[in-house]
Design a protein around this ligand. Structure first.
Ligand SMILES: Nc1nc2c(c(=O)[nH]1)N=C([C@H](O)[C@H](O)COP(=O)(O)OP(=O)(O)OP(=O)(O)O)CN2
Length: 134
């Protein structure tokens, strides 16, 4: 399987509900480093999995509404613990939509799998990965 990966980062604040989280129940900030990998079984005629520039633009467009925000205040996340795992899936869904809509350019419909990995600190990271239908 071939893959290309693009990276960006986002600065956010949030708090969590639940005794599981200890001090993270209080409002705290984080700078997440996000890596999105696109997998494809065969290269396209241009010799690429997907255009890196378009992939990076799609990631930036997804992260833009989150950057410098308190995620607790965003209506789309109301009542949700915006854990690293949850945010992986949120970003995955946007990347999958970009792939299936053709926004990543020619051959984006051939992408077989996407993995979204978030480094939430120097000691922890989480990811979500899944195959795309079609
Ligand atoms: N599975 C997850 N666990 C935790 C997440 C997460 O996104 N997924 N996030 C946090 C906090 O946001 C923060 O990143 C770490 O907070 P901290 O209180 O330091 O968490 P620890 O579990 O490392 O430490 P404790 O003090 O023992 O709670 C927390 N967990």
């Amino acid at each position: 399987m071939f893959a290309v990966e693009v990276r960006d980062h986002v600065m956010i604040a949030h708090s969590f509900k639940g005794d599981l989280f200890g001090p993270a129940q209080k409002l705290h900030g984080a700078t997440f480093v996000i890596d999105v990998a696109f997998f494809r079984k065969e290269l396209g005629p241009e010799g690429v999995v997907v255009d890196i520039g378009r992939a990076h633009e799609a990631l930036k467009a997804t992260l833009g509404p989150l950057n410098y925000q308190n995620l607790d205040e965003l209506p789309q996340f109301a009542g949700q613990n915006t854990t690293t795992e949850f945010l992986c899936k949120h970003i995955f869904d946007a990347m999958a939509q970009a792939a299936t809509s053709g926004a990543l350019g020619p051959g984006s419909e051939k992408i077989a799998k996407i993995r979204v990995l978030i480094g939430e600190s120097h000691v922890a990271r989480a990811w979500y990965e899944a195959e795309l239908a079609g």
